[in-house]
Design a protein around this ligand. Structure first.
Ligand SMILES: [Zn+2]
Length: 418
């Protein structure tokens, strides 16, 4: 039996006092992290050795005992800081990451409670109508205080292995429960009847091999524009000054808005595809075609993280329903002709239409790519592809309700007011 760790993430609300306590604790944890980093460096210079996990944890506890400042932290939280430093250093030693650096307080934003120091109580139903399953609960974190959680999904409380409280840069708070679950997702034994190839892109978020596509929605474009503007503003402010921090928070809010909007959209697209198809064919994970020059590069940076998220969400929606996902090599997908397999080397990023010099075939560039993916999955593409493209109508109109019920919520629910 495969056991995997799944994260359950909930929005949390607290009083201003509790929020201030959380912020102070994050500062202390950051300071502790930097102290450990410093101690490790000294140890290395003196004795040419690195400390192991137990030593680091013990050191964190000793520091907490000696220093009243660190006593604000729960002892397990302090050990968890050591654990985090240890993991960062291990990743560096294994060549997977850069050397751990001194952390800046505005970047240290989460605390972890491993087994004890937290308690969930007072779970009650609050949802109405289609939100009927929604419940509210109180979470007590030792040394910090009480939080109100909105439980929008079932939480297997008895299997929670650790609790993490996370302050978003915009000031929102989330609580993440890690739960160890037996892997229940079986691959279906049924032979898949129909397959869809999906090409992910920038101008169009997704182009399906059946000729439909999902445009970059207008709110998303506007959000991207605002982010670019704020980034310019931020670069003119003095680093870590008050105005810099203010702009930084604004920017963080916009980033989060964008992220939520995307997630919501991706889940809806995933649900739509998984309802219609048995097999999903995607490009393999190493993000291709991101080697670009100049201003384009910056534009792409806003997108590339969302590609992997879209992929993850689409995969999840299929696997959840016991359906199949097949990643195929992405190499040259946009340059290959799906009909004859000829390669068009002259195709540039600006070309929206693919012309094949070998067989004379022309087709929309992204549609051709999605058909190539399907072919690489061993699927016989339709003899005559859909030559005309159709936009997917705004997804809520399809009667699909996403995780957020199709409505973005920025403010606290009414029962939290006052
Ligand atoms: Zn051709």
């Amino acid at each position: 039996m495969v056991v995997r760790v799944r994260a359950y993430r909930f929005r949390a609300y607290c009083s201003n006092t509790t929020a201030r306590v959380l912020k102070t604790q994050l500062e202390k944890a950051c300071k502790l992290y930097n102290t450990l980093l410093h101690a490790e460096q000294e140890e290395y210079e003196k004795n040419k050795r690195t400390m192991n996990k137990t030593e680091l944890r013990q050191l964190a506890l000793d520091l907490r005992k000696r220093n009243t400042e660190f006593q604000a932290l729960h002892s397990q939280v302090a050990q968890q800081v050591a654990e985090r430093f240890y993991q960062a250093r291990q990743r560096f030693l294994e060549g997977l990451a850069n050397k751990p650096k001194k952390k800046k307080p505005h970047r240290y934003l989460s605390l972890v409670y491993p087994q004890s120091g937290w308690k969930l109580s007072d779970v009650r139903e609050v949802g109405l109508g289609k939100n009927k399953k929604k419940r509210r609960a109180r979470l007590y974190l030792s040394k910090i205080g009480f939080f109100t959680l909105i439980l929008h999904r079932e939480l297997p409380l008895e299997r929670v292995s650790q609790v993490c409280v996370k302050l978003d840069p915009s000031g929102r708070i989330h609580v993440i429960f890690l739960v160890e679950e037996a892997e229940t997702l079986g691959q279906s034994s049924k032979e898949p009847k129909n397959a869809v190839g999906v090409d992910l892109g920038i101008t169009r978020l997704a182009t399906l091999s059946d000729g439909r596509y999902l445009e970059n929605p207008k709110p998303l474009e506007r959000s991207l524009e605002r982010i670019r503007m704020l980034q310019r503003t931020l670069s003119r402010k003095r680093f870590l000054s008050n105005n810099w921090l203010k702009t930084k928070t604004k920017l963080a809010k916009e980033h989060e808005h964008l992220k939520d909007f995307r997630r919501d959209l991706f889940f809806k697209l995933g649900a739509l595809l998984a309802q219609e198809y048995d097999l999903l064919v995607l490009e393999d994970l190493d993000v291709q075609g991101l080697i670009q020059s100049g201003t384009k590069k910056r534009r792409l940076r806003l997108h590339d993280s969302s590609f992997s998220e879209l992929r993850r969400i689409l995969e999840w929606e299929f696997l959840k329903r016991g359906k199949l996902v097949l990643p195929v090599p992405a190499y040259n997908t946009s340059r290959e002709c799906f009909l004859c397999g000829g390669i068009n080397r002259n195709l540039t990023l600006e070309d929206r239409v693919f012309h094949c010099a070998h067989c004379g075939f022309s087709l929309d560039r992204d549609l051709n790519a999605s058909l190539v993916l399907l072919k690489r999955a061993g699927w016989v593409p339709p003899a005559v592809p859909a030559v005309e493209l159709h936009p997917i109508p705004p997804l809520p109109a399809l009667g699909l309700v996403g995780r957020h019920g199709g409505v973005m919520r920025q403010e606290a629910p009414p029962f939290m007011a006052g």
